[in-house]
Ligand binder design. Sequence first.
Ligand SMILES: [Zn+2]
Ligand SMILES: [Zn+2]
Length: 524
Amino acid sequence: MNAARRNQARALLAWLPLALALGLALLLVLDSDNAWARPGGGQSYSGGSRSSSSSTHSTRSYSGHSSSGGGGGDSGDGAGVIFQLLLLCFQYPALGVPLLIIVILFFVAKGFVGAGRKGWSTTTPAETVQAVQRVEQDARLGRAELDAIRELDPGFSLVLFEDFAYLLYAAVQRARGLGTQAIAAYLAPDLAQTLVNHQLSDVQGIVIGAMRYVRFSGIQGPTLEVELELESNYVEVQRAGGTSRYYAVDRLVLTRAKSARSRPPARANKLDCPNCGAPLEAVRGTECSYCRQNVGFGRFDWMIASLSSQTRETRGPLLTSDVAETGTELATIVARGAPQRFEDLARKDPALGWQALQGRVALIFAELQVAWSGRDPLRIRPFVSDNLFQSMYYWIDLYTQEQCRNVTENATIMRVDLANVLSDAYFDSITLRIFATSIDYTISDSGKLLSGHRTRPRTYSEYWTLIRGTARRGEPRRDNACPNCGAPLRIGMTGQCEYCRVKITSGDFDWVLSRIEQDESYGG
Ligand SMILES: [Zn+2]
Ligand SMILES: [Zn+2]
């Protein structure tokens, strides 16, 4: 061996530990894409393999136009290691090339093993196309489409409609056991005939985990029709004794005459005469003894036209499975005119700037992590609407029952995009797409790791909708104080401040989070 070759060999040996370290680092960086649960319970309806999710944008920008979620190309750590490896290939091909081949072989092999555990380096254009198509197939109806109802009915509010839909769903579930007499004014006659299960004496503990829009029609015809999908949990009480708890996914079809007008906010959370607001006891069948009208058939308010079961199981959803992240790389769905409507809101209330709103979002995001990881739903209660609280309570309760917890650590918002702004007679609502990263794992109460990873961060995105009463003005609070009286936040399940006794979670005082939607289910 001549001197030159000896020198080269020495140099190679000097590179060896570095090269191995680089290779190892690369494997770790590229393998860090497992997707797990999600504060708020979004994991239950995501599925399939993900194709790309390594968006690591660090700029927090107000991008009014459609912007990419990032494909991983600018991933700081990963790109740096790849660069070093390529450099190695050029400087010391004898070492660099085999190492590169090993790394490539590793990911090719990995691509064939275990769907749902794919690194972004294995993503081919075809896979990306498949993933996008799958997401499009799964995409639900955009809730904002219902906003068209306001042209017929200026008092229509999506926020209040959703409250009412929750109420109707709970009522129709109970009626399966209690009978349909009491809510006949809200049921289609054929559903009233077939709904009751005579084995049951009641259906209790109805908690809705999620609601999605499936279909909306009728803006041109005489009857509006909305199909909703609800994920819920309830307990059936048998006449013969005994109870069973179910996890269910149901489809609910609501119809209403186009000529009907929405009820005011004061009546949004109760079932009464759909026409005059008299107590339901005054309604016999579909005839109201107060207003002397036939108040059934959706003439005056939404009626349940059908209820059908998609899934019904005696166990809850799996809390510990590794579900892949889907759709993070897709462009943000920005509603036409949304940036302009945000400017309009900011003009109406100069204290509501993009930065001020982000301060509020950051507070809610941080409190959500603490509530979720600590299974402490009251912690997030001041910042979320009744329906979202109910949904979070449902998920946290499931974790408690399963004696495990989903822990998130080092959660950080990377970027926020504006997706939509809507205003109706009672509420302003702002939908944002949040890109975030966190360590995310699920452990049993005895400390055993059930899924996820204790050290690898995971990147994800989701759509958050915040609401506030249209009359409210002022800078969004970014501290843990009552937005009405300023006292330190102490509130109960119902959302009332312990000091001033005012319900602060209706959006009448400050922006509250009312919906969290995953990329694959957000339809605009
Ligand atoms: Zn009446
Ligand atoms: Zn207060």
